[in-house]
Design a protein around this ligand. Sequence first.
Ligand SMILES: [Zn+2]
Ligand SMILES: [Zn+2]
Length: 143
Amino acid sequence: MKSIKYQIIALFFISVLSLGFVACDKDDDSTAKPVITLTEVGHENSKTATAGDDMHLEADIVAEGLIARIDIEIHLEEGGDYEIELSYTDGKYIGVRNTEFHEHIDIPADAPAGEYHLHFTVTDKAGQQTTVESDVNIVASEE
Ligand SMILES: [Zn+2]
Ligand SMILES: [Zn+2]
């Protein structure tokens, strides 16, 4: 009787252990979502841009699942629905794991001056998305 009892307990522990291993394997298979660090919005991270000029934009991107696309949206916070939209779907940032994004975004001369909100979204090849946000102040050109 005693040995049967021990066998049942042993079987119980074996099944708990194997369930545990299955769960761990599943975790290892999942790919981390993209990680974005906005390092500079505007010259020297001034968070300011000038209408009719371009805006320096830098970000560090780590995407375990490889970058599939980058979308940038800069919209007026108040007083209208003016927005600037940009997408990168090919070129040097696409298909890589680690990159330093550095672009000069054209701010149209007709962009109304004011407080804007920037959304920077990275989508990986598994369809996982991460968005980071920042405030940007667009000032009228001095001419
Ligand atoms: Zn630059
Ligand atoms: Zn927004």
